[in-house]
Design a protein around this ligand. Sequence first.
Ligand code: G6P
Length: 608
Amino acid sequence: MCGIVCYVGNNRAEPILIEGLKRLEYRGYDSSGLAVQDGSHIDHIRAVGKIVELEKAINGIDIKGTSGIAHTRWATHGEPTEHNAHPHSDEKGNVFIIHNGIIENYQSIKTRLEKKGVKFRSETDTEVLAHLIAQYFEGDLKEAVRKTMSQVEGTFGIAVIHRDLPGQIVVARRGSPLIIGVGEDGNFAASDVSAMVRYTKKVLHLNDNELAVITADGISIFTAQAKAVTRDAETVEWSAEDVDLDGFPHFMLKEIFEQPDTIRNAMRGRVDKGEGVPKLGGIMPVWDDLKECRHIVIVACGTSYYAGCVASYIFEKLTEIDVEVEVASEFRYRKLNFPPNTFIIAMSQSGETADTLSAIREARRKGARLLGIVNVVGSSISRETEAGIYNHAGPEIGVASTKIFISQLTILTLLALLLGRHHNMSLTDGVEAIRAMEKLPDQVKDILSKSNHIQAIAEKYYKYGNWLFLGRKYGYPIAMEGALKLKEISYIHAEGYAAGEMKHGPIALINPDMPTVAIAPLDSMYEKMINNIQEIKSRKGPVIAIVTEGDTMIKEIADDVIEIPPTLDFLYPILTVVPCQLLAYYCAQFLKRDIDKPRNLAKSVTVE
Ligand code: G6P
């Protein structure tokens, strides 16, 4: 989705902005642009395609300015063309603006402005903002932006400059993320910390409907009513190295290999071995009600949704709570009847997914309690929920989510254990569970050490155009996540199915050209999975089985097996998903796909 990066300081802005845009590439985009100001001169350059196209367009132009705004655009209104790329300007070229989000009433504003004779040069919703700001401008850019904000409906994170006010950037937000970076040699603003973490770790979060004036040596924040706000800077835990490849060919592979640490980070300081009770400080503000709660709804999208599906089985096993899992985009349109003291858990890596945000807003209206499980500290979901748990997994750059899935499973398991121990789970079971969880990082490492074997399997099958992933109980959401990973990055068609449902349809597809990945560890569903594998083999379908070390039965019937270490049944998903991630990664590599930036996808989907 669209990305924003801004700088105002003592150094040349252009290289800083280009570097920031490159850090935002992973979010998905189709064009980019910048406006850099030097006195009353503004260099305004835009290009379709990757950032290197923008660099080519800049090549040979001496951009001297020390303040500027830059943007990666993911087309919503109007095709990805140069004239639709941001920054947009008013007719006189005084105001330049970049915008993330959607202006819902842009059409009526546009008609009104056109009646007044304003000529539009793009098909975007954003352009109305440039014209409105220009019309309201009477020497004070903040005031012009503020008045414009009162006219528009929808979501926005914006950054604006004006030809008459060099060295000043005004930013504002409603619904789209916007973070201000406090630097040594100038200040920043971005839609995502990763765009500026190379320069500063001190950040200020803007709340919805706030705006800020940023100069080289000052940041002033205001409410929509123009009241000054004081806010302390926070320090982000991400480091510049987190956003580097560190020798890996892709961020996705780097993040898959980080997973042993991801599990450790999710558990660090959060377990009491002796009592078999996790400690989750972030939910303590709601603990008295949460421990009495008997109904939880997890709302999420994409990979986060599948983590929620795994959790529903884990909660069912460990606690007395009924857990429903809903795709956020469906949840918000349902007629909701919650039992009293229902908690909604919004789960989101980015904490900015528009559907998940809308879902919790709707749930709040209906009186539900709200918890968040998010990775990005200070993100919208973390701010709009009453309490929650952070993943502490560092930035996830690969568009296809991997380490966050494992982190979400770890955290949800800790939460289920905590609640279970307050319900009827015994001390022995609690201690056993935590012991088994502590082994997980090394067990994942063990699977990763077999990546060559998984790569060889991918080489054997990557040309097959249709795949099936099957699992039961804990393995069912892993089948769906495995299929999602494969289609996201390799563009191979894949379906994830509950293995028991195979005979109700997918079995018609089984033939020697359709490989099936069977999630078949030694858990309570093992025998049933063997039956499914037999059914596939008797129809000559190739089978890649993910099995527990030492398994002999499946080895005899499956074409290929990937072994994982033994663990407790409800912890298997944390292990079985790893071979699925690697299979998807290596298939995409053999197919020479753009693994970290798969076509049409975006890391953070901030539009509904
Ligand atoms: C996008 C990403 C997925 C991600 C989903 C939910 O579709 O491409 O990788 O799982 O959004 O994102 P969230 O940030 O809410 O977890």
